[in-house]
Design a protein around this ligand. Structure first.
Ligand code: ADP
Ligand code: MG
Length: 334
């Protein structure tokens, strides 16, 4: 594919994260439907070249558990990454639509993520670095695939947003500044599995259901092509308890990134991740096998935390591989 802006028609907005925005598009010359991610970057020509070169690794990925890529191109001041469109969206959207996800389906998610991580690491020596429900996608064939893995260090450096790389799925050792290892992805997987099976993000105690109450959030302007540089609406949005929201309203009028209530809650959350016991699946609700697996992922001590290789041998993974769930039929229910 020789990709350029003029050849695309926009069909839909798929969402925004703190690194960019994603659209459903049609590549007119070939008729192909794609997901196009637009990232505003701040990079010199040499750096831009390097980003494109590094993104080439995405193109070389060939696994049923990894989103395929059609290529990337520069459209100043943005970089556009064109990838396989997954028509059922990401697992955060799925559970918010249909509620907590059946543990057998969550088992299939665990298998797919482990397989995806193994492929990225064994074949390309890549650590994902951003495992979370919104980076695990599903299509109507029932396939589960990973997207947004860290292929390009140069891209990460160039994204015009201070908070790129900060995520509420971050492991305790990452928060404390340790270098990334594949075990940090395993922590994020554990948090993700609890969130999907329980139907809510496991930290921060009490939750409201008014997820759409943006009154505490900075106003995010609409942009045609360039995503707002400091949009951190999704990955840094911590679900606040009603009490915290009330306290925040009293505490501050304007909300700023640098010390407003949202920033406070992120710091509080990071503190919780480092200092509180790890979250667990509710005892007795989803079965001992699933509980043991999640506990293996959420060991706070990195040395004790399981590696992907060890997790493949867990009973829950073995039984999830053959649990008889028809993912295609499941994906047809929403
Ligand atoms: P985040 O992952 O933090 O939500 P992104 O900018 O990476 O932010 O993605 C925004 C949204 O776009 C995701 O939540 C996901 O639902 C959707 N999305 C991303 N890639 C695809 C894709 N290939 N197919 C369908 N939807 C996608
Ligand atoms: Mg993403």
């Amino acid at each position: 594919f020789d990709l350029k802006n003029d050849d695309f028609t926009k069909l839909d907005e798929l969402g925004q994260g703190n690194g960019g925005s994603v659209m459903k598009v049609q590549h007119v010359p070939t008729g192909t439907i794609m997901a196009k991610k637009v990232v505003l970057i701040d990079a010199k020509p040499a750096e831009r070249k390097k980003i494109l070169l590094e993104l080439q690794i995405m193109h070389d990925c060939d696994s049923p558990y990894i989103i395929s890529s059609y290529g990337a191109y520069l459209a100043e001041p943005n970089i556009c990454i064109c990838m396989e469109f997954m028509d059922k969206g990401s697992f955060d959207g799925i559970y918010k639509r249909i509620g907590a996800i059946d543990i057998k389906v969550v088992g299939k998610v665990a298998v797919a993520v482990l397989e995806g991580l193994r492929y990225l690491y064994d074949i390309h020596r890549i650590i994902h670095r951003d495992i979370k429900p919104s980076n695990i996608l599903c299509n109507s064939n029932g396939d589960i695939k990973l997207c947004d893995f860290g292929v390009s260090g140069e891209l990460i450096n160039s994204i015009a947003n201070t908070f790129v790389g900060t995520s509420i799925y971050m492991s305790p050792e990452r928060i404390q500044g340790a270098t990334y290892s594949v075990k940090s992805d395993i922590w994020s997987l554990g948090i993700t599995l609890i969130e999907l099976s329980v139907g809510q993000f496991p930290f921060s105690g009490s939750f409201d259901d008014d997820d759409d109450d943006d009154s505490d959030l900075p106003h995010v302007p609409e942009h045609e092509e360039s995503p707002p540089p400091q949009n951190h609406r999704d990955s840094l949005q911590v679900p606040l308890s009603a009490a915290t929201k009330r306290r925040n309203r009293r505490r501050s009028k304007g909300v700023s990134l640098h010390g407003g209530p949202m920033m406070m809650s992120i710091i509080e959350l990071m503190h919780q991740i480092v200092n509180e016991p790890s979250p667990r699946l509710p005892t007795g609700k989803f079965g001992a096998e699933a509980e043991a697996f999640v506990d293996g992922c959420l060991e706070k001590d990195v040395d004790k935390r399981r590696t992907p290789g060890q997790l493949f041998d867990y009973a829950w993974i073995l039984s999830s591989r053959q649990n008889g769930v028809d993912m295609k039929a499941w994906a047809a229910t929403f």
